[in-house]
Design a protein around this ligand. Structure first.
Ligand SMILES: [Zn+2]
Length: 303
């Protein structure tokens, strides 16, 4: 790799550790940090994983730059979420003249509609006008992602079949344990108690899976600021219904959330991670840590 390209890679937050053995590794490019983590779990030593969008970075406002096209061009496998999450992907793949394999990791999940129900919002859903893309927030869906990633790695690197299958088995077991752990965390709460507010509308899959009702200030697209009318409506709703806690998100502006907490007296429950992992030393450095952190943070606030 040229120096310029390495500098560009660092500048654009492409996380591709380069080492002497990198030549033999399968280069996989994931669209965002959560997918990159799962590819790393299943690919292990055989793969070199980079993420177009790094930790703590909002995927919604992403604009591909020339360095990103170079990263795509050098990959053997590109892993995307799908469900309209990466609206820029087709253009990027085309501009990189990429002819390699492309996996839509969400293939086979039961997608939820992008429409939010019943709380009077009129947001634009920039991700997609049809589906809510945040399927990874349900651990059962991540098991489908993981199996898809395993199969795509085997197709890209058949010699690694046994390694990928073994790593995937171990990871799927961890996901199963995580799913049970989250269910256990929420088992003591009544339906009335399981109602919270977040800043952007990314937790419908989590809510459906674990019986938590999420009301959001912003739509699933997260690009538009909520209007004064939206905020006033939500404040009314929080006062009328018994909403226990509200949360800020790592990738969103917390100003509006703090204003709502002040005006309603609902308690601020902490920070949730929706579309990006934290830095390596943060509370959501891996997908499993992220789900566990979110579930514990929500459960603690409901108490
Ligand atoms: Zn999102």
């Amino acid at each position: 790799m040229h120096k310029v390209l390495i500098a560009a890679a660092i500048m654009f937050g492409l996380y591709a550790p380069l080492d002497a053995s990198a030549q033999q590794k399968v280069r996989v490019l994931a669209s965002f940090s959560i997918l990159a983590d799962v590819v790393r779990e299943i690919g292990g030593e055989r793969v070199e994983v980079a993420s177009l969008i790094g930790p703590n970075t909002d995927t919604h406002g992403f604009q591909p730059a020339p360095a990103h096209a170079k990263a795509v061009a050098s990959a053997k496998l590109v892993v995307l979420n799908g469900l309209g999450f990466e609206g820029w992907a087709d253009r990027l793949v085309k501009s990189a003249n990429y002819k390699g394999a492309r996996l839509i990791a969400s293939k086979g999940v039961k997608a939820l509609s992008a429409e939010t129900e019943g709380h009077g919002h009129d947001h634009q859903h920039r991700h997609s006008d049809r589906f809510d893309p945040h399927a990874w927030q349900d651990v059962a869906n991540m098991k489908i992602y993981a199996a898809n990633i395993r199969d795509a790695l085997i197709a890209a690197d058949p010699a690694g079949k046994d390694v990928y299958a073994k790593n995937a088995d171990a990871y799927l077991k961890k996901l199963e344990a995580l799913d049970a752990e989250v269910r256990q965390l929420f088992s003591g709460f009544s339906k009335q108690e399981r109602r919270v507010i977040t800043s952007h509308d990314a937790f419908h899959y989590f809510g459906d899976a674990y019986g938590i009702e999420f009301l959001a200030v912003q739509g699933a697209g997260d690009e538009t600021e909520p209007s004064a009318r939206d905020i006033a409506q939500l404040i009314q709703q929080i006062k009328k219904e018994s909403v226990k806690a509200i949360f800020v998100e790592s990738i969103s502006n917390s100003r509006v959330i703090e204003q709502i907490a002040r005006e309603t007296g609902a308690k601020l429950g902490g920070t949730l991670y929706s579309d990006a992992l934290s830095a390596a030393d943060g509370p959501a450095a891996t997908y499993i840590d992220m789900i566990r952190h979110n579930a514990k943070t929500i459960a603690a606030a409901l108490r």
